[in-house]
Design a binder for this molecule. Sequence first.
Ligand code: NAD
Length: 262
Amino acid sequence: MRLSDKVALITGAASGIGRAASLLFAQNGAAVIAVDVDDTSGEETVALIRQQGGQASYFHADVASPTGSQEMIEHAEATFGKLQILFNNAGIMLGEDADAISTEEAIWDRTMEVNLKGVFLGCKFGIPALQRAGGGSVINTASFVAILGAATPQIAYTASKGGVLAMTRELAIIHARQNIRVNALCPGPLRTKMLMDYLDTEEKRQRRLVHVPMGRFGEASEMAQAAIFLASDESSYITGADFSVDGGLTAAYVTPDEPTPL
Ligand code: NAD
């Protein structure tokens, strides 16, 4: 199996990408620490893993909290003896996040705390655990908005994801000779709760799809497939990458049904 004998910690494991990755990693032999603030759905992820014969443990932590981040790593090592895969995936997109003029400081601050500081804290406490295990793989969930400006402004979210991508590159270099790889997963627009809550009418959804060459939203399971590749030894020469999984979005100047530009 692709992740035999590995221990993986996944944040945001109660929903979307985090749940899909938890199930897939466990199916492929990893013992999974599922971290979230939504305890009911987080425990459900663990129950689903156990039903399919896998090993998992739920841990409640707010990734923005230094104590929570430290304790989740301690829980992983105490429960399964080591940690080799750290998937910093939890993130928020707040409805009141808009352009620079109208976005309140409180929205900026909370978005940064969860999306950017949360990844920093995961690495701060998690990378020493990977070092103790002799190496491993860190995957940080960024976004296509770390690479391209979005037409719908979400200034705090976009800036936070740009920070995740920049931090990922630097971490990759710092730890490259310690058998620790660090990559950013950059999803395109997905049919998960986060985006569907935000694009709450069919018109808004179709407006977003105009930019996606494949003409559809991505699925959480498709992100999990990319994440397992980055987590496994199959990607052993890949570090510091912005790994776009976006239906062609970041490659597009025009989409297939638009007229070709002159
Ligand atoms: P989701 O809302 O389905 O899942 C996010 C999970 O993170 C939830 O279970 C939530 O409870 C948890 N979470 C939120 N704040 C937390 C905190 N402070 N501490 C611990 N857990 C917390 O969303 P998703 O689409 O699966 O998003 C996962 C990641 O992918 C996020 O980082 C998001 O920014 C990123 N992303 C999503 C899209 C998209 O279109 N959905 C696109 C690009 C990037």
